[in-house]
Design a binder for this molecule. Structure first.
Ligand SMILES: O=C(O)CCC(=O)C(=O)O
Length: 331
């Protein structure tokens, strides 16, 4: 166990150890700290909307509206919403091409490497911090707007999927089981239960890895392993941060609202440990012993992912999955 460091108070650290999760309110000022991210994601959206307007797939688009409102306008186009355009990871369940969309703007990098966030992370991970490539920006659209023609250029409509109950240790490759990976989940807008907030099973992180089964909504812990009565939904304000151990069972509620729910999830681990997605790049985010080794250049981060994409293009889909549906507990 690592001693307390700047970031979390002793009480917060004790809560995290006991409960397996911790919500830290108002870590970020969304108006200031998410400004660049929101602008960059908005620019991607505007580009998509321009194409749709030109093609006659949407009739109206107001670029002055909020990000969420603009997503709803784009959603009127036939086909699925192109969620991959906004993600900070390459896809896992689809093949990768030289031009597979991935968002790698400085807005995301500045959050990944934000000193206040790294202070929190350091309290748990220690002073040698690697940013894991298990990271996403998820734009989840209202379930009521999901359509049957859920394809966008052949890509399944993942933005309407509800994340099933899982442990994050279960969604990485088994060679990283000993890695002390911390999950950091943050809403980029206020997220209520109706909008599909995340929730956890508190105090369920001490029993090791649970059995998972592959399914349409990703990997899911077998239902008999968790009692729904123990599930704790965690509505959160934008700017707040949820920390979870790799063993903490959690899931998202469905987005039953008429609003867009968007969030960012990141992982950090002690430097030198296996990252669980070997084909994707990690980087040193902070180092007390060798500060120069920390990646400060956003372009270098972007290039790590571009290199990975070029290397993986046309190759078989990388697999980080240890679970098979062909076992008795998945029947
Ligand atoms: O945001 C979501 O819906 C899922 C996030 C999640 O499960 C995770 O970060 O591990």
């Amino acid at each position: 166990m690592i001693a307390n460091a700047p970031g979390l108070s002793t009480g917060q650290r004790d809560f995290f150890d006991r409960e397996g999760y911790l919500v830290v309110d108002d870590v970020f000022d969304p108006a200031r700290d998410f400004k660049l991210l929101t602008e960059e994601l908005g620019n991607i959206l505007n580009r998509i909307a321009r194409r749709l307007l030109e093609a006659g797939d949407i009739e109206h688009y107001d670029s002055e509206e909020s990000f969420g409102q603009r997503v709803l306008q784009v959603l009127r186009a036939p086909g699925a919403f192109p969620a991959q355009e906004f993600d900070i990871s390459l896809p896992q369940r689809r093949s990768i091409d030289v031009d597979t969309p991935i968002y790698l703007g400085n807005g995301a990098f500045s959050i990944l490497t934000h000193p206040i966030l790294l202070d929190l992370v350091e309290s748990i991970v220690g002073p040698e911090i690697t940013s894991s490539p298990i990271q996403h920006i998820r734009v989840k659209t209202p379930l009521s707007l999901a359509r049957n023609d859920n394809q966008w250029n052949g890509i399944p409509d993942e933005n309407t999927l509800t994340t099933s109950a899982h442990q994050d240790i279960g969604v990485q490759s088994a060679d990283a089981d000993a890695s002390e990976v911390l999950t950091v989940w943050m809403p980029l807008t206020d997220i209520s239960a109706e909008m599909g907030c995340l929730g956890v099973w508190p105090r369920h992180h001490r029993g090791g890895i649970l059995n998972h089964c592959p399914g349409n909504e990703g990997l899911a812990i077998t239902p008999q392993a968790l009692d729904e009565n123990d599930f704790l939904p965690l509505p959160m304000r934008a700017g707040s941060v949820l920390l979870m151990t790799r063993y903490t069972p959690h899931r998202a509620l469905p987005n039953l609202s008429d609003r867009v729910r968007w969030s960012m999830d990141l992982r950090y681990q002690p430097t030198g440990q296996i990252n669980g997605r070997a084909d994707f790049p990690d980087f040193v985010a902070r180092s007390a012993s060798n500060p120069e080794s920390a990646l400060a250049d956003h372009n270098a981060w972007r290039d790590l992912w571009f290199d990975a994409r070029a290397r993986l293009a046309g190759q078989p889909i990388p697999s980080f999955n240890r679970w098979s549906a062909d076992v008795p507990w998945c029947a």
